[in-house]
Design a protein around this ligand. Structure first.
Ligand SMILES: Cc1ncc(COP(=O)(O)O)c(C=O)c1O
Length: 369
């Protein structure tokens, strides 16, 4: 993943003009702050957050804890740091962390759970990324002194690399119940948990009731420019503050960021159904293009991953062809392409992406004869 096909865009003198035409579906991390967010940032009351004196950060943390029904929350610079802090707190060096094979903590966090927290990922294969207690139980290590010990289970909701799949809350509850009985902790990488909440029609408080900790991102579907949060007990958050500083994430007048985050948290969840409807339009349109494969019924949130093997082009080649026509997508495997909908792409943009995709695929088929 992550191959960016053409990099000349910003050095192009016409780039400002062209940026307006670009439909950037690579990720929901590409959103830019709205005008109200920019105003809130400019006007934010700030203080030194390492001293706990930034009123805007404090307000954001209090509100996040309230929304999740947890004792406390902590503002962190990134989702990766939030996950690492939780793993560090909920494990000891030499422990194992059970996670899905294609989870972000396993694939895209530079092995920080090993390099920094001293843990090994113990892989379970979820059903489209969604783990059940049965799958988890099968990889828990026996309590023998010469075996490394399982300490933590990490669940990803929604699951990015499985196309935004969603955990049923009953399943999360069941995992937490059995895990706690077995002396294990459960963390949720909820980078896109508000997308999951939208898909389920449930509150994040209910969905995360029994988890030990949750990380969620303000800077993805919620549209803030920077920042993530970790929520949990007061004791967990107190330790999280220490590790945030140790990992270099103690920020000073961070209220300028938290101000945008606050708006993202309050306002953006209300509009995520629009992104999900746009993802459905994309999925149905893609399913109708010969040579591409996706099952729209499996698209639950804002991520559409489709197979392009039938076009004769691999994912990098297809992304390159799309990019020439200002449609930006991401290759996620040799023949897998990802489109992610978000607040900076509207229905018209999705329709344009579909018509360009159909045109590009038809051209590859004509060329093959
Ligand atoms: C599921 C998931 N978890 C964690 C992260 C990490 O977030 P960040 O990029 O803010 O470190 C991402 C980023 O894409 C993600 O998709």
């Amino acid at each position: 993943m992550g191959t960016i096909a053409k990099s000349g865009m910003l050095s192009d003198p016409d780039s400002v003009m062209r940026v307006e035409n670009i439909v950037d579906l690579r990720s929901d991390t590409v959103t830019r702050p709205t005008d109200p967010m920019r105003r809130a940032m400019a006007e934010a009351e700030v203080g030194d957050d390492v001293y706990g004196e930034d009123p805007t950060v404090n307000r954001l943390e209090k509100r996040a804890a309230e929304i999740f029904g947890k004792e406390a929350a902590l503002f962190v610079p990134t989702g990766c740091m939030g996950n690492l802090i939780a793993i560090k707190i909920l494990t000891h060096h030499g422990n194992e962390v059970i996670c899905d094979e294609r989870s972000h903590v396993n694939l895209y966090e530079l092995a920080s759970m090993s390099a920094i927290a001293g843990c090994m990922p113990r892989i379970a294969r979820g059903e489209e990324g969604i783990l059940s207690w049965k799958m988890i139980e099968a990889v828990i290590r026996p309590k023998i002194y010469y075996d490394s010990q399982t300490a933590l289970i990490c669940l990803e909701n929604t699951h990015n690399m499985w196309g935004g799949t969603v955990y049923p809350t009953a399943s999360v509850d069941e995992i937490c119940g059995y895990a706690h009985d077995a002396g294990l902790k459960v963390h949720m990488d909820g980078a896109r948990i508000f997308n999951a909440a939208t898909a389920l029609g449930e509150s994040v408080a209910r969905m995360t009731k029994h988890l030990d900790s949750v990380m969620f991102c303000l800077s993805k579907g919620l549209g803030a420019p920077v920042g993530s949060m970790i929520v949990g007990s007061a004791a967990f958050t107190e330790k999280a503050r220490i590790y945030r500083k140790m990992f270099g994430g103690g920020m000073r007048q961070a209220g300028v960021l938290a101000a945008a985050g606050f708006l993202a948290l309050e306002e953006s969840p209300k509009r995520l159904h629009i992104d999900h409807a746009n993802a459905q339009v994309l999925a149905k349109g893609i399913a109708a293009i010969r040579g591409l494969k996706v099952d729209p019924a499996k698209v639950r949130s804002n991520i559409v991953i489709f197979d392009c093997e039938g076009t004769g082009k691999n994912a990098v080649e297809l992304c390159d062809l799309l990019r020439e026509k200002d449609i930006w997508a991401l290759d996620t495997a040799t023949y897998s392409v990802r489109f992610v909908t978000h607040c900076d792409v509207d229905r018209a943009g999705c329709e344009r992406a579909l018509s360009v995709l159909a045109e590009v695929v038809a051209q590859t088929q004509t060329a093959r004869g």
